[in-house]
Ligand binder design. Structure first.
Ligand code: CMX
Length: 436
């Protein structure tokens, strides 16, 4: 057993009695009430999911295992000469709740190395798809196609497992799957946009470093991607990609089925696809003003044109956050250091000054501030990744770290199949006292 798995086994044993006790002794204690607007309005704010891996405060933003983004970036071990921490160390933190030592990070790197070989049939599948297929469709299909490798599904079919060791097979699938995602993502990119010139993996590199190498982009893109994967990893359990992955896994579907489903949710324009929408929107803005740098007044007018045509301003607003997303701020700080004079970055900075005021005047969005997606495309663009329909795949590789850590714990703690109850409109009208 790997040291990471051993550590996890110990943590799970310690944690299980807490969950059992809450259900057995305090199962009837109320957590919150539910209103009609929550029932109709996408369950917004209903407290009905459990995760200890991250927590999103509306005003502070995300904490991973209790650590803020600056704390994570400062405390996790980094590769020599690099600005950003190892992605493997962040995964260790998400899974165990502990900041790993350099040696513990190296063990995860070794684990991934052993598991990173992508089966040939995945490449064959990707190559058989029409080249204009959206990269998220390719990515999700690649993940799903590997379901035949699932150790959980195989052991379940053989009747080998009992409930208490389900998680061990889930862990194996999660590690196998995560190790392959950078190569699959980079392969899609090079096949689709770079004249079908995939670059083989370099086994001596870490998750972020190898991804940058396979994308064919020089330093500091490796640091960009370490930062990017860490920032996008987890945002507690209620967002569409995390919730979908959890929901599908709750039926004892394996990690391949579950992650593929979560990625399909991430591909929606109100969720992860917003990063491509932001770049598209900014390119439309630039096309409108030609070579001239737009003024703040131009930007304001462009925002109103978007809103008046019934569209949302991509990259702004959030279902939970009520301030600037600290994931936006972390990327802004990186851009201020590495690309302060970039024209696109300057437009993004001006938008930060203009959009919140416009959205406040518009009076609909509960949160007028930027989210993670408002900034991510600009940095990718600067380092040469200009095919913006690829951006959500980058989000997906990062998001996999969080959702896969979560479903490992879901299975360890025996969370049951998810099954909320629906009501009819007649029933709601009766509850509201409109109808007798
Ligand atoms: N531009 C215009 N209108 C917006 C808006 C925006 N950026 N954000 C919210 N609104 C509108 C909503 O469409 C809604 O309008 P209706 O009452 O007509 O339906 C109203 O304001 C209230 O919405 P809300 O409660 O503030 O926000 P929700 O929780 O319903 O939705 C989100 C959250 C992110 C989907 C929404 O803010 C949005 O569409 N933003 C733009 C897309 C985006 O950036 N998505 C990425 C989010 C981060 C991620 O998951 O990757």
């Amino acid at each position: 057993m790997s040291k990471l798995k051993e550590k996890l086994a110990k943590k799970i044993e310690e944690h299980r009695p807490r969950t059992t006790r809450l259900v057995k002794e305090y199962g009837d204690v109320k957590v919150c009430d539910v209103t009609i607007s929550q029932v109709i309005g996408g369950m917004r704010g209903i407290k009905c999911l459990v995760t200890d891996i991250s927590y999103l405060d509306p005003y502070e933003g995300i904490r991973f295992r209790g650590y803020t983004i600056p704390e994570v970036m400062e405390k996790l071990p980094k590769p020599a000469g690099c600005e950003m921490p190892y992605v493997e160390g962040h995964f260790y933190l998400l899974l165990t709740g502990e900041i790993p030592t350099e040696e513990e990070v190296q063990e995860v790197i070794e684990e991934f190395k052993k598991r990173k070989q992508v089966p040939q049939y995945v490449y064959d599948l990707l190559r058989s798809m029409p080249r204009d297929t959206h990269p998220m469709t390719m990515f999700s299909a690649a993940v799903l196609s590997m379901q035949r490798e699932s150790k959980f599904a195989k052991a379940y079919a053989e009747g080998k497992m009992n409930k208490f060791n389900y998680w061990e097979y889930m862990y194996e699938d999660v590690m196998d799957l995560l190790a392959k995602l950078p190569e699959i993502g980079a392969y899609i990119y090079r096949m689709k946009y770079k004249g079908d010139t995939p670059i083989p993996s370099n086994p001596d590199l870490d998750f972020g470093g190898d991804f940058a190498h396979m994308m064919g982009i020089d330093k500091p893109y490796d640091d960009v991607m370490r930062m990017y994967f860490i920032l996008h990893s987890d945002h507690e359990s209620g967002n569409v990609s995390a919730h979908t992955t959890h929901l599908v896994a709750s039926a004892l579907s394996d990690a391949y089925y579950s992650l593929s489903a979560g990625l399909n949710g991430l591909a929606g324009p109100l969720h992860g696809l917003a990063n491509q929408e932001v770049l598209k929107w900014i390119q439309d803005l630039r096309a409108k003003y030609g070579d001239k740098m737009p003024t703040k007044e131009d930007l304001e007018k462009f925002c109103w044109d978007t809103l008046n045509s019934g569209q949302v301003i991509p990259g702004y607003g959030h279902a939970v956050l009520r301030k600037t997303d600290p994931r936006y701020t972390a990327q802004r700080e990186f851009a201020l250091k590495h690309l302060p004079d970039d024209e696109l970055f300057q437009i993004v900075s001006m938008l930060y000054e203009v959009v919140p005021g416009v959205l406040e005047k518009h009076g609909k969005a509960k949160n007028p501030w930027p989210n993670v997606d408002a900034h991510s495309g600009v940095i990718q663009w600067y380092y040469g990744v200009r095919e913006y329909d690829f951006y959500t795949v980058l989000f997906g590789i990062g998001r996999a770290l969080g959702v896969l850590a979560n479903i490992t714990w879901d299975r360890a703690l025996g969370y049951p199949i998810e099954r909320p109850k629906s009501v009819t409109t007649d029933m709601l009208e009766e509850i509201a006292g409109i109808k007798k």
